[in-house]
Design a protein around this ligand. Structure first.
Ligand code: F6P
Length: 369
């Protein structure tokens, strides 16, 4: 019995971009074309289908083999992406001038049908894959590919983009060691990671930081100050403190800059807050460097390229095997399919007893607790 009637698939990229997206796109498109399928790309998440008039190319673009040639090593996404425009919570301005949110998923399903799209490869983080799960429940054949530099998606050992972010952050910390030592300063490095501290943890240990502050372990600034003063007494007149943007002081709150309708709150200021308090308490000259979106850009590492190519090919293989409503997931040494509903219902935060945290503590790194 034929497992499916796929002739035409669409791909889209949603949420924050990550190095490796183009490698996923290339692998999925080449794998599909090698099966005789046609491929299309939706612009900016789902916006290209929901608001086609906003796009000169119509929002849904053909992806022939030539379109994906030579993009494996390119950061970003040739389709564009967005952190706004969630079809489940589409912001519209009412007559009262106030914004409220509407569900446009039924309209989206109709747009897929109108464009004769038989299946979707949805490449995204928890938000995008949550949308993909709803579309699958509404009758669209969907396979998800887990993407985020935060590595906070459950059911997959790792997401592509994470290795590139950690590698770049570690190289930045190496550079900050020399200037911190030369000026006898404390350098605070703020990295991305809104609710999970994986980037801060891995780059902090790899970059031999003296303290790492992550959302999972609320910190006491006095403890960090004591660690710094202990270093000075030992003759090491500099220190490196890595802070996840979602780090929270004990009894305190997230460092939020703004909140817009239809979007998660915009975080910022966690590193500056820590730097200011360290300088006030210890009297040591302290500076803060925010790596921010530098961690989202650039060419993917070899590790991320390979994971991305494997994920893209696996997504098409899953569709060809008749799978629906699943996400490809790395389960070394293989790539498995996990139900989207399971993959998106829990965020993968840092277990505070995990081996990397224990390694950090054994190396004398403080978590401020
Ligand atoms: O989810 C990935 C991520 O990079 C987070 O680490 C960060 O807080 C967020 O995206 C930033 O989103 P934006 O690019 O919309 O500012």
């Amino acid at each position: 019995m034929k497992r499916h009637s796929i002739k035409r698939i669409a791909l889209n990229t949603g949420g924050g971009d990550a190095p490796g997206l183009n490698a996923v796109i290339r692998a999925a498109v080449v794998s599909a074309i090698n099966r005789g399928w046609e491929c299309y790309g939706i612009r900016d998440g789902y916006n290209g289908l929901l608001e086609p008039k906003n796009y000169p190319d119509g929002g849904l673009i053909p992806l022939p083999r030539s379109k994906v040639r030579g993009i494996t090593h390119l950061g970003g996404t040739i389709l564009g992406t967005t952190n706004r425009g969630n079809p489940l919570k589409w912001p519209v301005k009412g007559k009262d001038g106030k914004f409220h949110e509407i569900d446009r998923t039924d309209e989206l399903i109709k747009a897929f049908r109108k464009n004769k799209i038989d299946a979707l490869v949805a490449i995204g983080g928890d938000g995008s894959l949550g949308i993909a799960n709803i579309l699958s429940q509404k009758g669209l054949r969907v396979v998800g590919v887990p993407k985020t530099i935060d590595n906070d998606l459950d059911k997959t050992v790792i997401t592509f983009g994470f290795d590139t972010a950690v590698s770049f952050a570690t190289a930045c910390i190496d550079r900050l060691h020399t200037t911190a030592e030369s000026h006898q300063r404390v350098m605070v490095v703020e990295v991305m990671g809104r609710y999970a501290g994986w980037i801060a943890l891995d780059c902090g240990v790899s970059g031999t930081a003296d303290a790492i502050l992550i959302p999972e372990i609320p910190y006491t600034i006095r403890t960090i100050a004591d660690k710094i003063e202990e270093r000075w007494k030992m003759g090491a007149h500099f220190a490196i403190v890595v802070v996840a943007e979602g780090a929270i002081p004990k009894g305190g709150t997230l460092s939020v800059v703004s909140k817009e309708i239809g979007r998660a709150e915009k975080l910022g200021g966690a590193g500056e807050r820590v730097a200011k308090e360290i300088q006030e308490i210890t009297g040591k000259e302290t500076r803060c460097v925010v790596l921010g979106h530098l961690l989202r850009g650039g060419t993917p590492t070899t590790f991320d390229r390979l994971i991305s190519l494997r994920f893209g090919a696996a997504a098409v293989r899953a569709l060809d095997e008749g799978q629906n409503g699943v996400m490809v997931a790395l389960d070394p040494p293989t790539v498995r399919y996990v139900p989207l509903a399971e993959a998106t219902n829990r965020m993968k935060c840092v277990p505070i007893t995990c081996d990397t945290v224990q390694t950090a503590r054994d190396l004398g790194i403080s978590f401020g607790d």
